[in-house]
Design a protein. Structure first.
Lengths: 471, 496
């Protein structure tokens, strides 16, 4: 009898949701589950998650896909997750506090303080260091009782295997990592007052970290002893999943947040820019509408509004901006409202506003240096949104065979971990390629060029007012 | 029991209100009619609808009277600036041309160029505006000469209704001013303005003061409205001035804030002063030796209706929606967590584009609802600055209309403007004012002051809260500066 072909499970813990996908041996997703994550807004600019929700929702998602693919056929598990946010846990892995998410902005004063102490360093609020500093100042007892500070994916892996570990890609986003020596920075940890033994050991992303324990097997339905690899941050996983390491690639990730990564002639990666609110803007809008629609209903409705949303422009800075415009005080704006605007215009304006911001990022890099854009992430499934981005930027959008590039990247790492592939190059060659294109429509170029110019002008004009609107 | 009847003949409805001579409300009634919009810029209504409204709402309140009751007098609060051309038998020869009509925009532009705004303003109290009768008469002469020629009398709502009831022709000063055919200094129809429109003073009703006793009902009218012939008909006034009387706005320093679809500010002056910048429309008040200065903010109130229709989507549109809106807005905080709304229609100096600035992921529907209340109120404060600059004192705001019943919004008005707000106990201030005017005319009250004595019961007084004033000062400053920064871009948005 032929040996059963292996399947690879990928757990993607993002800021707003958990996704679990199972890929077959050709790198095609065959089962998928998705659950939204509750977010907490205890005060303006504070945004938290509960790590117990992370685990409980992950368990639900795992159970859902195991209804389709038997646990015995899962050859290995990869984990990836949101960056920067740290959950303090005790020796048994129990969370000691809620998690300050990366877009939480309470640590502005700590950023200023760190900037002063370290002279020329740029310390934005989303990094881990100022958040830990806030914790040291405001909840010292939590810090004292913490055994380890864990990133999202590491917490999930701990729950599955009992192993404490992280990787370079997550450590590197903390501002507590010495990238030259490839280890935790004593200097930074001393500065903010965190003992180094409270940080996780750093291991290779493709290492098998451990195996599903008996108790977690019971809880999740996974098979005891299934290998779980170290994995990487969601950003690193995505970059692998779209093969950014090929030369001259422009990758647009469209998820909760969005970012643009660009590789040069030699295939080394530069950041084009990032925005905190992308998909989450739609979610916010749906909450305004009392969650009366599904996302696909929202997008369908937006398709009924004309390009330019009848003069309505949305500025998507619902959680500040980080790059290329660095303004943690930036806020969202919607302008151009008349009494004849309807829901469809508002939703379309949100899609378009994000596209204007993407165009700004591309123009900042050099619009003529970009030939086409590879789009991935959950929002890349929306044909309308892709079309709007193609129309606004005037660039062809390439869509990979698997738009869930994050999960794909993490599946690749897990497949390498159990030697299904012998190298990253070979894995990418077999699993990652472009399948579809979305071309810009010249008929709407004029409208979008005009709207984009207004977007930039109003955006600049309002910038100075945002810090004043802080209550 | 002796009773007084006030009739408010408005743009979309006629409302009647019956009170006793102590000011207690006995009954009220309402009769709706529609506007006719045959083509772009045309807004008309059927004059017979107005008359039917008078008959129906009068008869309706009579059903609530007892055998010993006697209606002493009737007076009128009427929409101003609506033209009714009639023939020699006082039958309309054309629909009423509403003050909301814009057909005469070319004539308006011509007059602005040849005659100049200032000349018209300093004579009539109203700057050149294409909805008003003077220009509409010129339009008829130029575009419908047959209608113009067959018109014997050019009437307006007050004199049209009074003629139907008494057979007499009688017009009042506040309604005459808004026709732009009237000199408010001499209180006479103005020969220059008449000459420009090509008509003569004998084609218009003689002007008497508001509260003048016109006479008794004709036999025919008595039968139609169901009232005895000897019921006194008292000359009425422009609805904004009746609302002012009905909310106690009769002395300098009193300012009425009327918050319906449109928000209107009406201040009181003891001298006839014109605003050099022509921002305020001036008319003689109902009260002797008082003038009113009126400023409309445009249809800012419709922003909240838009929000409820398009964004709110929480439960039934009809069922206690305003209560739920208020609860939601009160769950936000002063300053709506930094969110600032700019009204999308009318408002201070800007066109038709509005928006929200300062949105954050943690903003809820309640923050938006409250921001809309605050944003419209920032626009009010800006308008009040202009009104004060034009010489109108504002010691207190007497707030009437739909938004005056919102406990959240009325507090916001006091805190944003830093002016105490008084909420009159009677909400139907225009019809109530016309009922008081009936009482003044027939001698039940010896003056507007004594008529207003019946009002002071159960008024609610809202003081500004110092801490909130500081927060709103800061936000208002952002509101003004941000608007000035982007206003040029806003006109370009309309081209997308």
């Amino acid at each position: 009898m032929e040996r059963e072909k292996p399947y690879f499970m990928s757990i993607d813990l993002s800021t707003t949701a958990c996704k679990v996908l199972v890929f077959n041996s050709s790198g095609i997703p065959v089962a998928e589950s998705h659950q939204d994550m509750p977010l907490f807004y205890p005060r303006p600019t504070w945004i938290e998650a509960d790590a117990n929700d992370w685990w409980n929702i992950t368990v639900k998602c795992i159970r859902e896909v195991l209804d389709k693919i038997p646990s015995s056929q899962i050859a290995s598990i990869g984990v990836c997750g949101l960056m920067h946010a740290l959950v303090p846990v005790d020796r048994s892995g129990n969370p000691l506090d809620r998690v300050m998410l990366w877009m939480d902005q309470r640590c502005k004063p700590q950023c200023e303080w760190i900037k002063e102490k370290t002279a020329d360093r740029l310390i934005p609020t989303y990094l881990s260091a100022p958040k830990l500093k806030w914790l040291v100042e405001n909840k010292p007892d939590v810090v004292v009782n913490t055994y380890k500070f864990m990133f999202g994916k590491d917490f999930i892996r701990l729950k599955l295997t009992g192993e404490f570990a992280t990787d370079e890609s997550d450590a590197g986003g903390s501002a507590l990592f010495d990238s030259k020596r490839k280890c935790w920075s004593d200097e930074m940890l001393n500065l903010i007052g965190i003992p180094i033994d409270k940080m996780l050991p750093i291991r290779n992303s493709t290492d098998v970290a451990g195996y599903v324990t008996e108790s977690s097997a019971k809880e999740t339905g996974l098979k005891k002893g299934t290998p779980v690899v170290i994995g990487a941050s969601d950003v690193r996983s995505t970059l692998i999943g779209v093969n950014i390491y090929a030369p001259k690639r422009v990758c647009l990730y469209m998820g909760t947040a969005a970012w643009v990564a660009i590789s040069d002639e030699k295939g080394s990666v530069n950041w084009g820019g990032a925005t905190a609110t992308f998909g989450v803007g739609l979610r916010w809008c749906n909450e305004l509408f009392d969650n009366s629609m599904t996302y696909s209903q929202m997008v369908e409705l937006a398709g009924n509004a004309s390009p330019g949303s009848d003069g309505l422009i949305f500025f998507p800075h619902l959680m500040g901006e980080r790059w290329p415009k660095f303004n943690s005080y930036a806020k969202g704006t919607i302008f151009g409202l008349t009494l004849s605007h309807r829901k469809k215009h508002i939703i379309r304006a949100i899609l378009e506003g994000n596209a204007y911001l993407i165009r700004q990022i591309i123009e900042n890099y050099g619009i003529h240096r970009v030939e086409n854009i590879t789009a991935t992430g959950g929002c890349a499934k929306s044909k309308l949104w892709l079309q709007i981005i193609a129309d606004v930027t005037g660039k062809t959008i390439s869509v990979p065979r698997v738009t869930e590039a994050t999960a794909l990247g993490s599946a690749i790492l897990s497949a390498i971990g159990i030697r299904f592939f012998d190298s990253l190059d070979n894995a990418i060659k077999e699993w990652v390629y472009i399948q579809d294109f979305c071309f810009p429509n010249n008929n709407v170029k004029e409208i979008y060029d005009k709207a984009y110019r207004l977007y930039c002008r109003i955006d600049n004009a309002l910038e100075e007012f945002y810090p004043e609107t802080v209550n | 029991m002796d009773l007084l009847l006030g009739l408010d003949v408005g743009t979309t409805a006629t409302k009647s209100l019956l009170i006793d001579i102590k000011g207690n409300i006995i009954a009220s009634s309402s009769y709706n009619y529609s506007l006719i919009t045959p083509q772009k810029d045309f807004v008309e209504q059927n004059p017979e609808d107005l008359w039917q409204g008078v008959i129906a709402t009068t008869r309706n309140v009579l059903d609530h009277t007892n055998s010993g009751d006697k209606i002493l007098a009737i007076s009128f609060s009427t929409q101003g600036g609506t033209l009714i051309p009639v023939d020699g038998k006082f039958n309309p020869v054309y629909n009423a041309i509403s003050w909301m009509d814009h057909r005469a925009y070319k004539q308006a532009n011509e007059m602005r160029e040849t005659l100049g705004d200032e000349k018209v303003y300093k004579k009539t109290g109203w700057a050149i505006y294409d909805g008003l009768p003077w220009l509409n008469i010129i339009w008829l002469r130029e575009n419908m000469p047959d209608v113009f020629i067959s018109t014997k009398y050019f009437m307006f709502v007050n004199d049209f209704i009074i003629h139907r009831l008494t057979g007499q022709m009688c017009m009042d000063p506040s309604n005459a001013g808004i026709t732009q055919l009237f000199d408010i200094k001499t209180c006479q129809w103005d020969k220059d303005m008449l000459d420009l429109s090509g008509i003569t003073a004998d084609q218009l009703s003689p002007v008497q003061k508001s509260g003048f006793v016109v006479g008794e009902l004709t036999q025919k009218a008595s039968a139609e409205v169901g009232l005895p012939k000897e019921t006194l008909i008292i000359n009425g006034a422009h609805d904004q001035y009746c609302a002012a009387l009905g909310s106690g706005v009769i002395n300098p320093g009193d300012v009425m804030l009327s918050c319906g679809t449109a928000w209107v500010i009406l201040g009181v002056m003891d001298k006839l002063n014109f605003d050099e910048k022509m921002r305020l429309s001036i008319s003689p008040h109902i009260v002797k030796d008082r003038w009113g200065a009126l400023k409309s903010m445009g249809a800012v109130g419709s922003c909240m209706e838009w929000f409820l229709d398009n964004i709110w989507c929480r439960g039934d549109r009809e069922k206690d929606i305003y209560d739920r809106l208020n609860v939601s807005a009160s769950e936000s905080q002063v300053g709506s967590k930094g969110l600032i709304f700019f009204p999308s229609s009318g408002g201070y100096g800007h066109g038709t584009r509005g928006g929200f600035i300062g949105l954050s992921i943690s903003n809820s529907i309640g923050d938006m609802a409250r921001a809309i209340m605050e944003g419209i109120t920032f626009d009010l404060r800006w308008t009040l600055e202009e009104v004060n600059d034009a010489g109108i004192e504002t010691d207190v705001l007497r707030m009437v209309g739909g938004s005056a019943s919102s406990p959240v919004w009325t507090k916001i008005v006091a805190d944003v403007t830093n002016i105490p707000v008084i909420l009159p106990s009677v909400t139907q201030s225009a019809s109530y004012g016309s009922a008081l005017l009936a009482g003044i005319g027939c001698g039940v009250f010896d003056s507007p002051d004594s008529a207003c004595q019946v009002l002071s019961k159960n008024e609610r007084f809202i003081e500004p809260d110092k801490e909130n004033v500081v927060i709103y000062d800061r936000q208002f400053s952002i509101y003004k500066r941000a608007f000035q920064q982007i206003k040029d871009s806003l006109t370009e948005l309309a081209e997308i």
